[in-house]
Design a protein around this ligand. Sequence first.
Ligand code: HEC
Length: 131
Amino acid sequence: MQFPHVTAAAPWARRLTLFATLLVGVSLLAGLAGAQQQTFTPRDESPEEYPAGPGRDETFYSCTACHGFKLVAQQGMTRQRWDDTLVVMTQRHGMPALEGSDRELVLNYLETHYPPTAAAPGGWQNPFLNR
Ligand code: HEC
């Protein structure tokens, strides 16, 4: 005995199943990505990986409460823009405000080791300078 209506419904049902599977797959992936972000700990990096100098550890630990120091170290900015960045981290992201001598220490470190990267004549940047 044949059930034509069942076989007629099958391609549609299969597509629905495929769609549901994709949906589950995508949300699993998104969940994984989120979990990976949340499991970042400062232990993944250490201050010793960055240029030694006054304020290094203070700067490292202030910033790695939330994100990798690599995110900081790949920037090059003037002292003023580093200061603005600290304001953004505090106002937008809830970083405890750095004030007084702590702020000086952190800004000195950032200004000294992560200044704006000047483009070399011809637009080429020596990858071995600065970092
Ligand atoms: C309370 C959490 C928190 C702390 C502490 C923190 N940040 Fe951030 N920071 C963030 C978040 C969230 C982002 C990514 C979102 C964004 O850029 O708006 C970010 C992004 C950045 C970026 C990249 C911005 C861009 O435009 O790509 C820089 C540079 C930065 N932070 C510097 C610092 C420095 C320097 C410190 C330490 C002195 C610090 N952050 C501490 C939360 C924080």
